[in-house]
Design a binder for this molecule. Structure first.
Ligand SMILES: [Zn+2]
Length: 398
């Protein structure tokens, strides 16, 4: 047990989320526990990981979650390991929630220069429900940026999806967003990528202005008998020249397209058991879909080497088939391929404690007759208790 690499997870603690400050000590040998000297709370070594409070062996949990992330139906896992169906479902939900936290803490931190983003949505046929799953990705590094599951395909879904993309992106960068012909996208993109600008001097409200180098490209496909017969490409925002420059910079094809997000949709459909078409294990609840999506997206980003990225990197380094590169590594978010164990036991640190801001008038000095504590004798009094007449002190001492 190394207490120097652990932080206090207590959100009410002043030393929360800090590593190597000497406030964490080991607490108990039988079970791995720690104690924080700042808040005097004890906590498990698994606090903040997916394994917190679980009694089953961790190796079994990791195997089950790996199978879930590769699209194995729950019923198959139940038969293979003799587990209860509800146990496996609760592990999937836990893993999904944990992956969402890791994604928010690592990817959605506003540090990526996205250049070219594609967004699309999948129609999900569940058991007595139709849901929509909106997904977005960064084209140059194939990084999955976020996703939203909703029962209706409305403006709210697009807004939530684009807000997640915005939280990944460095502000005011040149950016091309390619989508399909859904009407809600251009408005949502403009709402997500705008900043407050003060245009008049003095008092008054700031205006919201769309980023100057934002380009929105729309690709509309017309199908007849499940065959694409016509493709219309148009710019809704920005010029085609700007878009061409960004397409070249991101290696995202020569014309406006949504091919990369459609390839990711294929991966998600293949790897999420409840998304398989015409299956007997369709999703019954929206939360099951959502946790499956987060688990899949996070493992796609951090744990699975991407074939095309690895090939491109191997060509750049002059090696053959030795380089393994994940989308997170290509984006500079990490330097190695994560194992699923590492992902599930990653502890997300709470934000550092900040002293609350004092508002209003500062408190007045306490009057001496109010403070009757022993420490008050050391502090200078405002008024002496005994008032001497002028000259009395001199006459007695001399
Ligand atoms: Zn603490």
């Amino acid at each position: 047990m190394d207490a120097t690499q652990v932080f206090c997870p207590n959100v009410a603690c002043v030393a929360r989320g800090q590593i190597g400050q000497g406030n964490i000590v080991s607490h108990g040998k039988a079970r791995a526990r720690y104690r924080c000297k700042a808040c005097r709370k004890t906590f498990s070594a698994h606090a903040g990981t997916m394994f917190e409070g679980l009694r089953k062996p961790k190796a079994l949990i990791v195997i089950v979650v790996t199978l879930l992330a590769y699209g194995c139906p729950i019923q198959a896992i139940v038969q293979a390991f003799g587990l209860d169906e509800r146990t496996v479902a609760s592990w999937r939900d836990r893993a999904g929630t944990h992956c969402q936290q890791v994604h928010q803490a690592v990817v959605q931190q506003g540090q990526l220069d996205l250049v070219h983003v594609q967004a699309d949505e999948i129609r999900v046929k569940g058991c007595k429900l139709i849901a929509w799953m909106g997904l977005a990705m960064m084209v140059s590094t194939r990084l999955w940026l976020g996703g939203v599951v909703s029962l209706s395909r409305d403006r709210k879904l697009a807004d939530q999806l684009l807000a997640q993309v915005r939280s990944c992106c460095q502000p005011l960068r040149a950016l091309l967003v390619c989508t399909d012909g859904w009407n809600a996208y251009p408005g949502s993109i403009r709402r997500a990528f705008r900043e407050k600008v003060k245009e008049t001097a003095g008092r008054g409200r700031a205006c919201l202005r769309v980023w100057p180098q934002l380009c929105i490209g729309v690709v509309i496909k017309r199908t007849e008998k499940n065959r694409v017969v016509d493709i219309t490409r148009k710019m809704v925002q920005g010029t085609l020249e700007q878009a061409q420059t960004l397409l070249e910079a991101s290696c995202g094809g020569t014309v406006l397209n949504t091919a990369f997000i459609e390839r990711l949709n294929g991966t998600i459909r293949q790897r999420l058991a409840s998304l398989t078409r015409k299956c007997r294990h369709a999703a019954r609840r929206l939360t099951a879909l959502e946790s499956g999506m987060w688990l899949l997206g996070c493992t796609y980003n951090f744990c699975w080497p991407h074939h095309e990225l690895s090939r491109r990197e191997a060509c750049a380094q002059g090696k053959r088939g030795e380089v393994l590169l994940t989308p997170a590594m290509a984006s500079g978010l990490t330097d190695h391929v994560w194992s699923l164990w590492e992902l599930l036991s990653y502890r997300v640190a709470p934000a550092p404690w900040v002293a609350p801001k004092r508002r209003g008038r500062p408190p007045k000095h306490t009057a001496p007759h109010v403070s009757k504590q022993p420490s008050s004798s050391e502090q200078p009094r405002c008024r002496p208790l005994l008032r001497l007449r002028k000259g009395v002190l001199c006459s007695t001492t001399s």
